[in-house]
Design a protein around this ligand. Structure first.
Ligand SMILES: [Cu+2]
Length: 485
């Protein structure tokens, strides 16, 4: 579909959501004349992860990852989104502070990109840093929809000034393909520090289990094929480096459901940004851990010549593709993998000691409970007793512009939840019982039977979605709306 004058007028005349900041409205003639800065084309396509491993999925511009989009901070951009599939789609601009009608979540009021149609969006990209774009549709039991597909790509918003203590950048997108359902097989991963399970939360979880007595565990998703930048380990070009080079890796976990890890034998990662935001205390770590949708930017000093596998700690996942070869110039042979020492991921090591505390205006406490197989065989998730419903648009929490809110999340399940707040970033305050400051994120992993507290300022009016980024969890209840009143 081409944008004709009528649909343009319709677009321009969309009534703003209640409480929305003044939005960009432009004349139809202007739009028609204006050339889009970027084009995203959504389409079904076969995709080769390695010789003999071809999947059928949905991609952006026929490739995976979707093309790297480099925006300029504060400079208005126009993106034309074409949907060549038979189902409505949504492109979410993850990690950006943009209006609800372009953010890319129907729960916030963003219009769908119609099947076999197109939609033009325009916004002012911000803030600077490593963001990404991905589909935000409901998948439910359809493993051919939502983030199970290949609809994801990196976004880098160029800062006005880049101090850049590195020689070059490499973007890495971690992604599984060929999903299938299984029962049980929980990811009980012992990789988060600090914090121990809280007794009180274990009791609540145990009570929910008793109430679901006799029901087997709900479905989980597993994958057959694993990739970095769309290639299984060994199938793509290696990352070619020179001794003495400092490479800034921008790592994105574009998984629908999985937590990922990454290690490079003989090297350490100097973490400089989390979710695209510079950390107050850059620190060296041997292993990166990323929940679904998290990003880590880390500098690696290439000072250990050889051939190595930059890969996931899981032997199975690495054997099935989750890795990429790092090759020093002039080196030949078999890439080496060495299992790193056990390492716990601790967000607070990148933070600062909490100084004089800024007290929030209000604290919103949310208790997360899992109800085994309560939704047609899928686990149902409730927030303060309510599973999200598109009918009622609840749970919903009212916020007021300019106020500072503390979100206290209490996880009465054994799963790790990478929780995500749209259109805002938050400052980590306390995790696993440890206080911290200065770590700014938009996704954070909440450990099993643990608590996390973070603050956000209501400074971007418009409906705002909050959810677990694990597609199975968000589709089955783990979602809420913040509404500006
Ligand atoms: Cu979750």
């Amino acid at each position: 579909m081409r944008l004709d004058r009528r649909s343009l007028l319709k677009l321009a005349g969309l009534s703003p959501l209640a409480g929305c900041a003044p939005r960009l409205v432009w004349a139809a003639e202007q739009v028609a004349d204006e050339k889009a800065d970027y084009m995203v084309r959504i389409g079904a396509s076969p995709f080769e992860l390695a010789p003999g491993h071809i999947v059928s999925t949905t991609l952006y511009n026929g490739q995976f990852p979707g093309p790297l989009i480099r925006f300029k901070e504060g400079q208005r951009t126009v993106v034309d989104i074409y949907n060549d599939t038979d189902v409505p789609e949504l492109v979410h601009w993850h990690g950006q502070m943009i209006p609800s009608d372009v953010d890319g979540a129907s729960e916030e009021g963003t219009p769908f990109v119609p099947a076999r149609g197109m939609r033009r969006v325009s916004f002012v990209p911000k803030p600077a840093g490593f963001r990404f774009y991905h589909t935000h549709v409901f998948a439910g039991s359809d493993l051919g929809r939502g983030t199970y597909t290949g609809q994801a790509g990196p976004v880098y918003i160029e800062p006005r000034h880049d101090p850049g203590d590195y020689d070059r950048e490499v973007f890495l997108v971690l992604k599984e393909f060929a999903p299938s359902f299984s029962r049980g097989g929980d990811m009980a991963m012992d990789m988060l520090a600090p914090g121990k399970p809280l007794k009180k939360l274990e009791e609540i979880g145990a009570k929910a289990d008793r109430e679901a007595k006799g029901t087997p565990k709900g479905y989980e998703v597993g994958y057959e094929l694993f990739s970095i930048n769309g290639k299984m380990l060994g199938a793509g070009e290696p990352i070619r480096v020179k001794q003495g080079e400092r490479v800034l890796f921008h790592v994105l976990n574009a998984s629908a459901t999985e937590i990922r890890s990454l290690a490079l034998p003989g090297h350490v990662f100097r973490v400089v940004s989390l979710d695209g935001n510079p950390v107050p205390t850059p620190a060296e770590v041997p292993v990166l851990w990323l929940g679904t949708a998290e990003r880590v930017s880390a500098i690696v000093a290439m000072n250990h010549p050889g051939l190595f596998v930059l890969g996931d700690l899981s032997d199975d996942d690495r054997a099935n593709g989750m890795g990429i070869v790092v090759e020093y110039s002039g080196r030949k042979g078999k890439p080496q993998w060495v299992k790193p020492q056990p390492f716990r991921w601790d967000y607070t090591r990148f933070g600062t000691a909490p100084a004089a505390t800024v007290e929030p205006d209000e604290t919103i406490e949310i208790l997360v409970v899992k109800h085994n197989a309560a939704a047609d065989g899928f686990n149902l998730w409730t927030l303060n007793g309510e599973a999200f419903s598109m009918k009622t648009m609840r749970p919903r929490y009212d916020v007021q512009e300019g106020r500072r809110y503390r979100l206290k999340l209490r996880n009465a399940s054994d799963d790790i939840h990478p929780v995500h707040l749209h259109r805002h970033s938050f400052e980590l305050k306390r995790i696993g019982g440890k206080a911290t400051a200065g770590v700014i994120k938009d996704v954070i992993m909440l450990g099993g039977f643990q608590e996390v507290e973070f603050d956000f300022v209501a400074d971007n009016a418009g409906r705002t979605l909050f959810h677990c980024h694990q597609q199975l969890h968000m589709d089955f209840g783990f979602m809420a709306l913040f509404d500006y009143v």
